[in-house]
Design a protein around this ligand. Structure first.
Ligand code: GUN
Ligand code: ZN
Length: 441
């Protein structure tokens, strides 16, 4: 077995993490733990040992612990991306008038190449490099229909000791023959993969029916059985992304009350079920998401790029639906969760909601950890958590440096990073206490 132990290390910097949803508190600062001159102590097992004021902790630092001076920089938990497609890495930025032609013209031919394991191996490395460069330490990842694509992904993620969640796409109709599984083979291959990977090191499995149009009722039923048999395994799919897609689903499943109701009727609404997009929903759909503990993943760069629609933050909050942020690469146009925040802020604005910077960073860290039932494990700097964290550099470009010299609050500092930031702001990324990306290396 790979030994991932590291040496204990301490980092002196600004530190920030969340202990509650700032949007739910009158004083959002109560939702945060913030240390302007802080010390983060990481133990040899890759977990957070202590996090607090430098002045309070420095004296008790064991003599053999290396101290890294990162003053001027901001350490936060690693960012969490709750929906993206690793086989679509090479087709990011492919233009199309909308979702369905985009799938047909770019997505399916690109995903075909993942029948070749060596291609999948190569892209898995590029994809993980890109996530880490952007400060994303955990992601919910779609493979292609080929089980080998998911083996390639997990092998590389496991080798790097990253906390990742992924699954093989299931699709047995309405796609090219060369990408089709069957209800039986899709379920069998998914179960083989989850037995092999779920809980192996830091890897976790997600059942991944692509979306209702590409699965027969038999395939969704088989997926529902697996979802019941393995309650701690994730489930991910797309729902109500695009109006043409919604209409198509109503024709394919005429007995269902709504698109979401198709998944509901197969037992696929439950905790750890993550529904990408969730745009064209109604009140009853949102009530079902809420009462089943299912999660809506908002993908703003993708929704704007494919002109899919406007995610309704106000309605989601009013109905108490767990919601998260995601890039949806390659429909999304960036791997950066900072750029994703930028677009999420504007989408929220269009819908009459002011998404504060604190709320956005909460959503990308602690908020998602809670939504995924991984609280205390990732998305936080609290002692005991896995030491997945990022070092943000407010001096990384001339403009960001200049704007960052004119701040009058922590909210403003975070807002500048969310509006102007991208991979250039991620000075370093750490996973389980080990540095896995350094910007200027
Ligand atoms: N719906 C079904 N498949 C996909 C996909 O790959 N990307 C997006 N954005 N939507 C989908
Ligand atoms: Zn997607």
């Amino acid at each position: 077995m790979t030994n991932h132990d590291t040496t204990a290390c301490a980092y002196r910097a600004q530190l920030l993490y969340f202990v509650a949803d700032p949007a739910c508190l009158e004083d959002p600062s109560e939702a945060m733990r913030y240390y302007s001159d802080g010390l983060l102590l990481v133990n040899a097992q890759g977990r957070i040992e202590a996090c607090g004021d430098y002045a309070r902790l420095a004296d008790s630092l064991p003599a053999d612990v290396r101290l890294v001076d990162l003053r001027g920089k901001l350490i936060m938990p690693g960012l969490i991306d709750t929906h993206l497609h690793f086989p679509q890495t090479d087709m990011i930025a492919s233009p199309s008038p909308g979702l369905l032609p985009w799938l047909e013209n770019y997505t399916f031919p690109t995903e075909r190449r993942f029948e070749d394991k060596s291609h999948a191996d190569e892209v898995a490395g590029v994809f993980l490099d890109e996530l880490l460069r952007n400060g994303t330490t955990t992601a919910l990842v779609y493979g292609s229909v080929h089980p080998e694509s998911v083996d390639a992904f997990f092998e590389e993620s496991h080798r790097r000791n990253l906390r990742m969640i992924a699954g093989k796409v299931m699709m047995d109709r309405n796609c090219p023959e060369y990408l089709r599984d069957t209800a039986e083979s899709g379920a069998r291959e998914s179960e083989d993969l989850l037995r092999r990977w779920h809980g192996k090191g830091r890897q976790m499995y997600a059942l991944t029916p692509r979306f209702a149009p590409t699965s027969t009722p038999e395939q969704l039923a088989a997926c529902g059985e697996l979802a019941r048999a393995y309650p701690d395994v994730f489930m991910q799919t797309h729902v109500a992304e695009n109006k043409d897609e919604v209409k198509w689903v109503s024709e394919l499943f005429p007995k269902s009350r709504s698109y979401l109701d198709v998944y509901d009727s197969f037992g696929l609404l439950r905790p750890r079920a993550v529904y990408g997009h969730s745009i064209w929903l109604d009140e009853q759909d949102r009530a079902r998401l809420h009462e089943t503990g299912s999660v809506a993943a908002h993908c703003p760069t993708s929704n704007l790029f494919l002109s899919s629609g406007v995610f309704d933050f106000v309605a989601m909050r009013q109905s108490g639906v767990l919601h998260t942020l995601a890039t949806d690469v390659g429909g999304g146009t960036s791997f950066s969760m900072l750029r994703t925040m930028n677009e999420a802020h504007k989408v929220a604005r269009l819908g009459g909601w002011h998404l504060t910077a604190a709320a956005m960073f909460y959503l990308a860290t602690e908020g998602t950890a809670r939504a995924l039932d991984m609280q205390g494990q990732i998305g936080t700097l609290a002692p005991g958590a896995e030491a997945d964290f990022i070092v943000l550099d407010p001096q990384c470009t001339p403009l960001i440096a200049r704007r960052s010299s004119l701040l009058d609050s922590l909210e403003e500092q975070l807002f500048v990073l969310a509006m102007l930031g991208d991979d250039r702001c991620i000075s370093a990324t750490y996973s389980a206490g080990r540095r896995v990306h350094q910007r200027d290396a």
